[in-house]
Design a protein around this ligand. Sequence first.
Ligand code: PGA
Length: 246
Amino acid sequence: MNLIEVRDYEEMSQIAADYLVKQVRKNPASVLGLATGGTPQKMYELLIADHKKNKTNYNTITTFNLDEYMGLKPTDPTSYRYYMDQNLFNHINVQEKNINLPSGLAANVEEECKKYEVRIQEKGGIDLQILGIGSNGHIGFNEPRTAFSSRTHVVNLTASTREANARFFDSIKEVPTQAITMGIATIMESKEILLLVSGEEKADAMKRLFSQEEPNEQFPASILKNHPHVTIVADKKALKGVVVPV
Ligand code: PGA
């Protein structure tokens, strides 16, 4: 794992945006794995600004999001599809046919999960996956004790994750109890991973990630130690008290 230590959220977002733009310019047919939540929001803002200014072309990229809540329509302001539309897709020239999120409305969710995996495979796999991390070490919605061999699947969200995400809803009661997420094996097959981490509430997770702890399913992000090409961009607050091995 390669660590880039940055000052703050702004610098993390700028480095992440530059990284993504470089990827798209290098390979205009890039398959990008995208994330939602608070962490990548500013990165998306910077990508939009870059697109306007420098005309970075997204016409031939494909995107796969990590996850989606169960039961929310794409037009629901709290769905991840809506988040992506508002924060990125509506402002760049990505083609609708190349946008992929699991559907939380599928009549047959098992089938939907399988189809999501097949779509990723058909596109040749994910070139660059943007990841956030939960304070409990989750990646995507893969909560502690999710099998490292998991592929796209339905999850029951933990109380701590629902609490952390309640800020996007009117009340915690509105936060769905289930989601569909890429599995840990799916994420690990990405050719490259960019993990973005900002804020003190992530410091414990970072301490654990940089500890001697072997990869184990109690702490999902620990699997990243086994990936050949992970870059972590983390700010000072997230790295508070972290001892980075040399
Ligand atoms: P956040 O979520 O970016 O909203 O902190 C990260 C995550 O839960 O993976």
